[in-house]
Design a protein around this ligand. Structure first.
Ligand SMILES: Nc1ncnc2c1ncn2[C@@H]1O[C@H](COP(=O)(O)OP(=O)(O)OP(=O)(O)O)[C@@H](O)[C@H]1O
Ligand SMILES: [Mg+2]
Length: 383
């Protein structure tokens, strides 16, 4: 759909005759912000025209919402152009203001320019990897605090640095996810906004919910408050991750400890699973049971990697014993290093803070093992 015309219908005939139906599709929708959002969801217009009979405050409110939720949609306001209207329009992301009584010729020219701008904007929002079915790596653990976020964020930044803007990290630890803290991100949009959005995200709109990191990485962050998770359903997680996998070459999914319905939904599209545990017997035994649960749930197709964290801790159990309990050889051994909390506290990836450290090298190895190599690579410990 090319245009959505919002507002009371007095000017409809004039606009329709300026934009003939053999060239342009024009849908109509009434006046409130939520009706316009619904109209966008139903018609997927390139341009929204805010008609001249709309109350101005309502018109700017609608423009603000479109700017926030659908930045790919171009907005044109029909109103008597005054300095005040122009500056308010600019703040609301309105591309053009045309007088309500403009003649058909002017209407047509403005509409064509807006349509052209919208097409350019859409191309920009469409990913560099159209229709690619990306690799989805979910980072899982039965226990909290074992290093899932450390692994997911550092792996994702490493991939983004090497692979340009083709990697996204998705924080599925909805209640207390800290990907944004670990990467010093200040997200304007999170899972909360996806759940609030009337329209299910599509390949064009999903990028509006992402936050970009200086490394080129994109992130879909958890809500800033645990009270803002209401309405985020397993379906949102599954569908959005599936969509991101079409748009990005690499999708890294951080999760909450355990295996609740959200985590199960988050791994529906996983091509790879990294299972994390530390050098502790209890953690290793939980991981073994966790792996059995994955088997019982039929989650068996994704390649599995075992990441043994704090592998050099001398705590009365060898890495061999841990591997035996878990029933898997580690794909990588991550050493204990104070650079890990240091990096997290500063919101910097380890690769940036200490690229020559043993743990940075271990992360590069992990990326290589997960993303470049077949599964039967064995652990190499570098410190
Ligand atoms: N190899 C390591 N060396 C030193 N500290 C580490 C290492 N791995 C993780 N940590 C520290 O352990 C803490 C927990 O790590 P992280 O947040 O990555 O775990 P998590 O599994 O994501 O936890 P949660 O389940 O709470 O989300 C952090 O303070 C982190 O800095
Ligand atoms: Mg975490």
């Amino acid at each position: 759909m090319s245009f959505l015309l919002a507002g009371p219908g007095a000017h409809e005939r004039r606009i329709r005759s300026a934009l003939p139906s053999d060239q342009y599709q024009v849908a109509l929708c009434p006046t409130t912000s939520s009706e316009v959002m619904e109209g966008i969801a139903n018609h997927d217009p390139l341009v929204v025209i805010l008609g001249p009979d709309l109350d101005k405050e309502t018109a700017f409110g609608i423009a603000d919402t479109i700017d926030l939720r659908h930045p790919e949609v171009v907005v044109v306001l029909m109103a008597q152009p005054t300095d005040e209207i122009f500056s308010r329009a600019a703040r609301s992301g309105i591309r053009e203001v045309i007088a309500g009584d403009s003649n058909e010729e002017l209407l047509r020219t403005s509409a064509a320019a807006a349509l052209e701008a919208a097409r350019r904007r859409r191309n920009k929002f469409v990913s560099a990897v159209p229709n690619a079915t990306g690799r989805v790596l979910a980072v899982l653990a039965p226990k909290g605090g074992v290093g899932k976020t450390t692994v997911s964020t550092n792996l994702a930044v490493g991939l983004a640095q090497q692979d340009g803007e083709r990697t996204v990290i998705v924080d599925c630890d909805l209640l207390f996810g800290d990907v944004s803290t670990a990467l010093l991100l200040n997200p304007e949009q999170t899972w909360y906004d996806i759940a609030q959005s009337l329209a299910v995200p599509n390949s064009t709109t999903v990028k509006a919910f992402l936050t970009s990191h200086s490394s080129g990485l994109y992130a879909l962050c958890a809500p800033e408050s645990p009270l803002k998770t209401e309405g985020i359903s397993p379906r949102h997680l599954e569908d959005t991750i599936g969509l991101l996998a079409q748009e990005f070459a690499n999708v890294v999914v951080d999760t909450a400890a355990g295996l609740d319905i959200n985590t199960i939904a988050a791994i529906k599209h996983a091509t790879d699973i990294a299972l994390v545990c530390g050098s502790e017997r209890a953690g290793a035994e939980s991981l073994r049971r966790y792996i059995s649960a994955l088997d019982e749930l039929g989650i068996t197709e994704a390649r599995r990697f075992f990441v043994l964290n704090r592998a050099d801790a001398k705590v009365g159990i060898t890495n061999g014993e841990i591997a035996e309990i878990v029933g898997m050889e580690p794909s990588v051994l991550l050493p204990s290093d104070r650079v890990v909390p240091l990096a997290m506290n500063q919101g910097l990836p380890i690769q940036t803070l200490a690229p020559r450290s043993g743990i940075a090298k271990a992360f590069r190895q992990l990326a290589e093992v997960v993303f470049d190599e077949p599964t039967d690579r064995y652990a190499r410990y570098i410190s």
